[in-house]
Design a protein. Structure first.
Length: 223
């Protein structure tokens, strides 16, 4: 089932669109918290985003630009502001199509279906993890927080991915070594410590001083 995220300020319209697209077999959710839209998109991992231009706090162009930093997921803008300037702006910010309000729900459904068919192949799927505002991008091996970004080595990426996959659970040193080197034998224990230390320094450089916590005698945890 294809997942669609709807970002529409008018929740009455959002509910109508959700109900209609659901009848066509789509899994549709709409945003209610307009302060943290990117995190919600990452967590839902949609195949397509329907994005209004006029939104609280930041407009749709801003959120599309932010989304394009981490994903190629297709975006259809929906807006009553259908002059050429707004349409051009939507395309320049990374939009794939533009639908003018008011619109026929059947036309919307046809455009959604056409764009999904053109896209998958699945090149639009995100390969991104998020925990408490920390975004780990597996595609470009970076971690970002509050608009700050750090590049990670292969081992640093593997460690952080494992810890974030098991967020709020302790991961043993043995499990981390198994992930890194497919063995916990014949590996100098200090080698892991060096990798953890380097990772912590990079996290600290983007404002994450205590993102990874040591549980003495047990392992490490992201809380």
């Amino acid at each position: 089932m294809y997942r669609i995220m709807l970002i529409e300020d008018d929740l009455t319209i959002a509910e109508v669109i959700k109900e209609h697209l659901s009848k066509w077999g789509y899994d549709v959710v709409y945003v209610t918290d307009f302060k943290n839209i990117t995190e919600q998109i990452i967590n839902f991992d949609p195949h397509l985003v329907l994005l209004d231009v006029m939104l609280p706090f930041y407009n749709g162009y801003y959120w599309c630009k932010e989304l394009r930093k981490i994903s190629k997921v297709p975006v259809i803008f929906i807006s009553s502001a259908a002059d050429n300037m707004n349409i051009v702006m939507a395309m320049n910010m990374g939009g794939d199509d533009f639908i003018t309000k008011p619109f026929d729900l059947n036309v919307l459904t046809a455009k959604v279906g056409a764009l999904i068919r053109r896209t998958y192949s699945f090149q639009g799927r995100m390969n991104v993890m998020e925990h408490k505002g920390v975004i780990l991008n597996l595609n470009d091996t970076t971690v970002s927080y509050n608009n700050e970004k750090a590049e990670l080595t292969k081992n640093e990426l593997k460690i952080l991915q494992l810890l974030m996959e098991n967020a709020e659970k302790v991961v043993s040193r043995e499990d981390i070594m198994q992930c890194l080197w497919e063995s916990d034998s014949f590996i100098d224990d200090n080698t892991l410590t060096v990798n953890i230390t380097r990772l912590r320094k990079k996290l600290a450089s983007i404002g994450l001083e205590n993102f990874i916590t040591t549980k003495k005698g047990l392992g490490y945890i992201v809380e």
